[in-house]
Design a protein around this ligand. Sequence first.
Ligand SMILES: Cc1ncc(COP(=O)(O)O)c(C=O)c1O
Length: 385
Amino acid sequence: MTTRPTQRPARPHFSSGPCAKRPGWAVQDLDGALVGRSHRAAPAKARIQEVSNRSRSILGIPDDWRLGLVPASDTGAVEMLLWSVLGARGVDMLVWESFGSGWVTDVAKQLKLKDHRVLEADYGSLPDLTSVDFSRDVVFTWNGTTSGVRVPDGDWIAGDRKGLTICDATSAAFAMDLAWDKLDAVTWSWQKALGGEAAHGMLALSPRAVERLESYTPPWPMPKIFRLTKAGKLNQSIFEGSTINTPSMLCVEDAIDGLSWAESVGGLEGLMARSKANLAAVSSWVEKSSWTGFLAEDPATRSSTSICLRIVDDWAEGRDASEIAIRAKAASKLLDAEGIAFDIGSYRDAPPGFRLWGGATVETSDLEALLPWLDWAWSEAQATT
Ligand SMILES: Cc1ncc(COP(=O)(O)O)c(C=O)c1O
């Protein structure tokens, strides 16, 4: 049996979304929120616009891109893109985990686009990026949250592409360097790397994406909540603080709080350094572990945010995933009950194991304190399953 550790993480928040609030966060910090006011009042619009301005500055989004707040979180932002720009060309869909696979369902079953190709890989690897056809549109996830596999960079994307690259960057933004020159439309939600609140999405559009919106009208109906154009022109107001429908001003204030903290730790460089330190802490523990390993096979594709671990114990060899899942779930449940780690079970469709969020809002010292507890919980679970 493994001895029970004594040192506990100061914060047991390791969920991959909603993610840990920034260190030191308290609800009183939102006292200045413009609650009870119209979101269309000048000061409220200014607050919404401040989120865009500061996000743009931290993320290094080029000046000629549009950035706006949209409904329904990252899912809303991705779907409004798929519904608005796809169909003008064929589309390559890159899939290596659950969220990428969900976007194929939209394209194949809902939009019923005949000219779509699915380039797929199993949990743990990336599809063959060299076979992507950039004369077509391309939809992909920068960081696959449920497998912990990310694209290493944007070098595989053609600079002279004819199609648009549509990137779901929700678990990468504010943690990884996004190659803006290789991207045309990018989405994320507040509930991820800066520890914001759910239900609010961000949509960033390059000039080429705007050109597509203004030159192509899809044949299907467009719900109001997805409508990015008005009389064939981009609805500019969405990108100037006038949202399509009503956002929460409390969440807006919280997003600003997260951005201020991001600036205080050194902006994107600081955020990435914190996240990389988290991955490094887990890596040095994994190297010594006899029972767990990274789901991501290639270290260059290993996520520093959604760090996914699989079970490589001798006991697991040849066993059915459902049997391994019972033991892994027992270990997560134990850590939850002990108040050591919340929400660290692997995603329901992913191979059994653990998923530890390593974005910047998680302190490396907390992850380091958690790791011996994982050894302990795995050993305890062996006794009970
Ligand atoms: C890659 C990816 N895409 C989409 C989503 C859905 O995000 P939301 O629930 O914020 O819409 C998630 C959430 O975890 C995600 O990780």
